[in-house]
Design a protein around this ligand. Structure first.
Ligand code: NAP
Length: 299
C-alpha cells in the first residue's frame, strides 16, 4: 500500500503552482495538511487554483501573482515572503516555459533562461534565510529529460547568436540542475539544515507540452506522456517524505533516485555559472528604482 504523506503545518512555496505539475503537487500537499503558497503570473489562473484547492479541506493555500521573468518581481516576492512567513520548509522551483521563438524579458535576458533558471537562482538565494529557519528546509528544482543534452554556452547564454526552443530549454534545465547540485554542496559544507535536490518528472501532459508553440520533439513524445497527477506524486514525495530527510544533491527521475547526468556535476562549471548568474541578477536589480510597490497576496 502507498504510504500517505503527512505535511501537517509545513510552509511550502511552489512557483508555477497554478497549473500542470505544480497545481497537482499543491493538491497533494494541501490534502496532506500543508500551508502552500502558489506563485504564477496570471491572477485568473491563481484564483481558479485557489478555488480548486479550497475544496480539499485540511491544508491552506495562498496565491501570489508575480511575473518571474522580471528579476525585480522575484526580489519583491522574496521580500513579501520574508514579511509574511517566519520560516519556509520547502521551496519547489517548478515554474517553467518553453517556446519556439526568442523573446527578451524586461531585464533584457532571453525569456527561457530568465524564467527557468535566473528566477529560481535569485529566488532561492533570497529565501535561504527563511529555509534555514525550518527544522530541515528542502529545495526542489524541476528539471527535464533534455537536461543531459543541455549545453551551457558561456559566450551566448542569452541565445542571442543562435536560438532554438529546445536548445534554450535544455540549457536552462542544465543550468538549474547544476546550480541546485552546487548549492547542495555549499549548504553541506556550511552544515546548513537545508537540502537541495533535482526532480525530473519525465514527459507530462500539461499546457507546457500541449500548446502549439512547442518544439517538434515535445509533439513527437505525446504518446509517452504521463498524467500530471502521477508526476506530482513524485514531486510531493521528494518535498515531504521523512525517509528522504538528509538526502541532498541528488536527481530523482520517475519517482526514484537516479544518477545525475555527469555534465551537471562539474564543480568548475557550476562555480563559473554561479558567478555569472550573480552578476546578471545584480545588473538587473540595480537598474530598478527602490520605490517600486510590493506584491499583494490574495489570502
Ligand atoms: N510537462 C512536461 O513534460 C515536463 C517534463 C519535465 C519537466 N517539466 C518541468 O515541470 C515544470 C512544470 O511544468 P508543467 O508541464 O506543469 O507546465 P505548465 O502546466 O505550463 O505550468 C507552468 C507554470 O509555470 C508558471 N509560469 C510560467 N511562466 C511564469 C512566469 N513568467 N512567472 C510566474 N509563473 C510562471 C505558470 O503560471 P502562469 O501561466 O500564471 O504564469 C504555470 O503555473 C516546469 O519547470 C517544466 O520545465 C515539465
Amino acid at each position: 500500500m502507498r504510504k500517505q504523506l503527512d505535511a501537517r503545518g509545513r510552509e511550502i512555496l511552489i512557483t508555477g503552482g497554478t497549473s500542470g505539475v505544480g497545481l497537482e503537487t499543491a493538491k497533494i500537499l494541501v490534502a496532506a495538511n500543508a500551508r502552500v503558497t502558489l506563485v504564477g503570473s496570471d491572477p485568473a489562473k491563481g484564483a481558479a487554483a485557489e478555488r480548486a484547492l479550497s475544496e480539499l479541506g485540511s491544508g491552506q493555500s495562498t496565491f501570489v501573482a508575480a511575473d518571474l521573468s522580471s528579476l525585480n518581481e522575484v526580489h519583491r516576492l522574496a521580500v513579501m515572503l520574508a514579511e509574511r512567513l517566519d520560516r519556509l520548509d520547502v521551496l519547489i522551483n517548478n515554474a517553467g516555459i518553453v517556446t519556439t521563438s526568442r523573446a527578451v524579458t524586461v531585464d533584457g535576458y532571453e525569456r527561457t533562461f530568465a524564467v527557468n533558471y535566473l528566477a529560481p537562482f535569485a529566488l532561492t538565494g533570497e529565501l535561504l534565510p527563511l529555509l534555514g529557519r525550518a527544522q530541515a528546509g528542502r529545495i526542489l528544482s524541476l528539471t527535464a529529460a533534455v537536461e543531459p543534452i543541455g549545453r551551457l554556452r558561456f559566450d551566448d547564454l542569452q541565445s542571442a547568436r543562435h536560438f532554438g526552443g529546445l536548445r534554450a530549454y535544455a540549457q536552462s534545465k542544465r543550468a538549474l540542475a547544476m546550480y541546485t547540485i552546487e548549492l547542495a554542496r555549499r549548504l553541506q559544507e556550511e552544515k546548513a539544515p537545508v537540502t537541495a535536490n533535482v526532480v525530473d518528472p519525465f514527459v507530462v501532459r500539461t499546457g507546457l507540452t500541449s500548446s502549439h508553440d512547442v518544439p517538434a520533439l515535445f509533439k513527437l513524445s505525446r504518446p509517452l506522456m504521463i498524467r500530471p497527477a502521477t508526476a506530482a506524486r513524485w514531486v510531493a514525495r521528494v518535498a515531504v517524505d521523512e525517509r528522504l530527510a538528509g538526502t541532498t544533491g541528488r536527481h530523482f527521475m520517475l519517482g526514484r533516485r537516479a544518477p545525475s547526468p555527469p555534465g551537471s556535476r562539474s564543480r568548475r562549471r557550476a562555480a563559473r555559472l554561479w558567478d555569472v548568474s550573480t552578476e546578471l541578477v545584480r545588473i538587473a536589480q540595480a537598474a530598478v528604482p527602490a520605490s517600486e510597490p510590493g506584491l499583494q497576496a490574495r489570502a
